[in-house]
Design a protein around this ligand. Structure first.
Ligand code: URA
Ligand code: SF4
Length: 266
């Protein structure tokens, strides 16, 4: 007889019934939506206030984030923080997260070297990102680097060509802006290149600030396709999984009883 399957093709099967930040965080901690849960120390969920007006989406947690369980606490985070401060975006308005919530790495001697997540892993993790957007409803979502940009805007999206450009009325919310990943600033080959890379990133974040200033909370009111998690095909996958494994989602019975209209986001 075949062994019971323990893996799910996406994170969708692990979505909580109630889409709130604490419930999402707790549910994501037990996610096995792709194989990365086996090599990361822990799920690194997004962080920031529920009323944040801007959401920054990175690629995946790095070594330090994996150990701390918090996004952007390492060198990339320090770089991001310093430029946020420079352009006048208050940390209290910011939610930070990643396209993929587990650290993917390869051993190199005693070090753990970042390894790029596959398109499949990015797709598997996308339900968490959608749910975060559903709760936060930011005015502006900033995709940091190609992985985040392509997860949100499709595989042919080119950050190099479109960086800093405000994409309006997207399915994710009223405004999405893509830029490079802050780690690329740290990798600049010399001082002049680094200086230029930082200046370009700063320009992109000024564009973000400008959109925030003009949108003034519109994200909280706008309809967003990404928000309609209950209508996502995964909702039925989750029900099927709940039936197969009672108790997996913290529900007392194997029979899902909720209705779409009863889902709450508070
Ligand atoms: N790089 C990312 O993309 N995300 C983090 O959280 C840290 C580094
Ligand atoms: Fe789940 Fe995402 Fe972690 Fe994969 S990377 S196990 S989908 S949280």
């Amino acid at each position: 007889m075949a062994a019971a399957r323990q893996e799910y093709p996406t994170a969708e099967a692990f979505m909580p019934v109630k889409i709130t930040l604490p419930q999402l965080r707790e549910a994501a901690a037990g996610c096995k939506g792709c194989d990365l849960y086996k090599i990361g120390t822990q799920t690194v969920f997004g962080e920031g206030p529920r009323d944040a007006r801007v959401m920054f989406v990175g690629e995946q947690p790095g070594d330090q984030e994996d150990l701390a369980g918090k996004p952007f606490v390492g060198p990339s985070g320090a770089m991001l923080d310093s430029i946020l401060e420079k352009v006048g975006i208050d940390r209290s308005e910011v939610y930070v997260t990643n396209a993929v919530k587990h650290f993917k790495w390869e051993p190199r001697g005693k070090r753990r070297i970042h390894s790029k997540p596959s398109a499949r892993q990015v797709a598997a993790c996308k339900p968490w990102l959608k749910a975060e957007v559903e709760v936060i409803r930011p005015d502006v979502i900033v995709a940091l680097g190609a992985t985040a940009a392509q997860s949100m805007l499709g595989p042919s999206f080119k950050v190099t060509r479109q960086r800093g450009k405000a994409l309006r009325k997207t399915t994710w919310g009223p405004c999405v802006i893509a830029t490079v990943h802050p780690s690329s600033l740290l990798r600049a080959p010399d001082e002049a290149a680094r200086h230029e890379a930082i200046a370009a990133f700063e320009r992109d974040l000024r564009a973000v600030k400008k959109e925030m200033d003009s949108l003034k909370g519109a994200g909280k009111r706008a309809p967003q396709a990404a928000r309609r998690i209950a209508e996502h095909p995964g909702a039925s996958a989750r029900d099927a999984a709940a039936k197969a494994q009672p108790g997996l989602f913290g529900e007392p019975s194997a029979i899902p009883t909720r209705r779409r209209g009863r889902r709450s986001r508070h």
